[in-house]
Ligand binder design. Structure first.
Ligand code: HEM
Length: 221
């Protein structure tokens, strides 16, 4: 083992577990309230964005649930695909999980696109979440086409981009409290106003920096 091999391995392990655990935490905790309580009772308790959906037509509510189940499944399972040892030892498992993640992204992304025009963030949400949904589905389809064509390197790169977009669900929930606390502390803005303002930028802030970091990381390698 070279002197630099050990720190690189440790860094990779720490990175893997950070992504796996943060993705699992958000997949479970963001989705759970919607799967254990009705929209009207969540709206009454002012939980998440339920109030924005409790009075919507059944098709929009159906899209919300399809989105939450599909996207949460994709977020939960995606990190497994980056575990090199698992890929080498159980290639069939990699294929089965890969197909499941692909299907989950198609459902979660298509439903996300249906929800975008109803976003609580208005036009910013429609554009930001809408673009995210289109890029998410497009990136996953490109990754699948690459591996079907036998191009493993292109597949790997498109899966990194796809995960950077999937991970928007985590970064959105990290940016929100940071932006709210910054406004309350620096400008004495009240909590609700701070949330409303922060929610105008997170539809883009949740995924544009992720894509830039993924791009930088791929070039570096
Ligand atoms: C990456 C592509 C994604 C897109 C395009 C997308 C899009 C959307 C949109 C448009 C909404 C409605 C937001 C609003 O009303 O303002 C929403 C809500 C929601 N999404 Fe996603 N989303 C994505 C990923 C995910 C992932 C990976 C999860 C996994 C947990 C997730 C979980 C949720 C939940 C739980 C809600 C309900 C809102 C809340 O209470 O936080 N989404 N999403």
């Amino acid at each position: 083992m070279t002197a630099t091999a050990a720190p690189v391995r440790v860094r990779r392990k720490v990175g893997f577990w950070w992504f796996a655990l943060s993705a699992a935490a958000i997949a479970v905790f963001a989705a759970l309230p919607y799967l254990t309580s009705s929209l009207p009772s969540l709206a009454e308790a002012d939980n998440g964005l339920a109030a924005n959906y409790a009075h919507r037509p059944a098709t929009v509510q159906f899209a919300l649930y399809a989105h939450i189940v599909g996207a949460a499944l994709a977020l939960l399972l995606s990190p497994l695909q980056f575990a090199a040892r698992l890929r080498e030892r159980a290639p069939r498992l990699h294929r089965v999980v890969g197909r499941t993640v692909f299907g989950a992204i198609m459902v979660g992304g298509a439903a996300g696109l249906v929800l975008a025009p109803f976003s609580s963030a208005g036009i910013a949400g429609t554009l930001g979440f809408g673009a995210l949904a289109v890029l998410w589905v497009g990136s996953a389809v490109t990754a699948l086409r690459a591996i079907r064509g036998g191009d493993v390197e292109a597949h790997r790169q498109w899966m990194v981009r796809t995960f950077a977009l999937t991970y928007a669900a985590v970064t959105l929930r990290l940016w929100l409290p940071v932006l709210i606390v910054a406004q309350v502390a620096a400008a004495g803005v009240d909590g609700q106003t701070a949330f409303d303002r922060a929610y105008l930028v997170v539809p883009f802030l949740a995924w544009v920096p992720n894509l830039l970091v993924a791009h930088w990381w791929l070039r570096r390698r």
